[in-house]
Design a protein. Structure first.
Length: 206
């Protein structure tokens, strides 16, 4: 009788690549909207549009969806981004937002620049993401949805590190490492809409 390997001898499960992560209905809708625009302005023929829509509803992963729009929009405007490269900004500003896969290990550099990484619509490749930062005379701002836990062991020299994200003991972790020199790193959650300060008076004046 064949025996199963003991836990000590089992190989660890391979982490899925960004493009291998499962797609959801919202992801399909994002791609379908781009395909519809391309049909409307003539970048796709009706036959090409039908072929891609068929492939869209057969797709199971983000990678299978992302190839359907790669020739329709520039990289920064793609509805889904699975091939994410390190973010680097010199003497300017850069915003990374939308639907993109955040790799388990990711790096961002801001030299005399302001970099914003908006993760509100992003997909984390794993439950523990390490963000390696290099910030010199600049600012790196990280915007995360509620439920994400932020750790900031990054070293600082004449630097500011602000974690404004409410603690969430059971959520995924983003660990910010690296070096901040004469600059700042800020992690925050999006602001909740304010409630009106007044109440409509009732008919009896109460």
């Amino acid at each position: 009788m064949d025996s199963f390997p003991s836990p000590a001898h089992r190989e660890p499960a391979r982490e899925p690549r960004p493009g291998e992560l499962r797609a959801g209905n919202d992801d399909r809708e994002r791609v379908a909207a781009v395909l519809g625009d391309a049909l409307a302005d003539g970048r796709l023929t009706p036959e090409e549009h039908e072929e891609r829509i068929t492939a869209l509803y057969r797709a199971r992963t983000l990678g299978e969806l992302s190839v359907l729009t790669v020739d329709l929009l520039p990289p920064e405007a793609q509805p889904l981004r699975t091939d994410v490269r390190p973010v680097t900004a010199f003497f300017g500003s850069q915003v990374h937002a939308g639907r993109w896969v955040v790799p388990t290990r990711f790096s961002a550099t801001a030299i005399c620049a302001n970099v914003t990484l908006d993760l509100r619509e992003a997909v984390l490749q794993s439950n523990h993401v390490t963000l390696q930062v290099t910030v010199m005379a600049g600012t790196l701002t990280l915007i995360v949805p509620e439920g994400v836990r932020i750790l900031m062991p990054a070293s600082g020299v004449m630097a500011s590190k602000k974690n404004q994200v409410p603690p969430s003991p059971d959520g995924p972790v983003i660990e910010i490492t690296g070096l901040v020199t004469m600059g700042g790193v800020v992690a925050k959650s999006p602001k909740r809409p304010r409630r009106p300060w007044f109440r409509r008076r009732t008919a009896n004046g109460g």
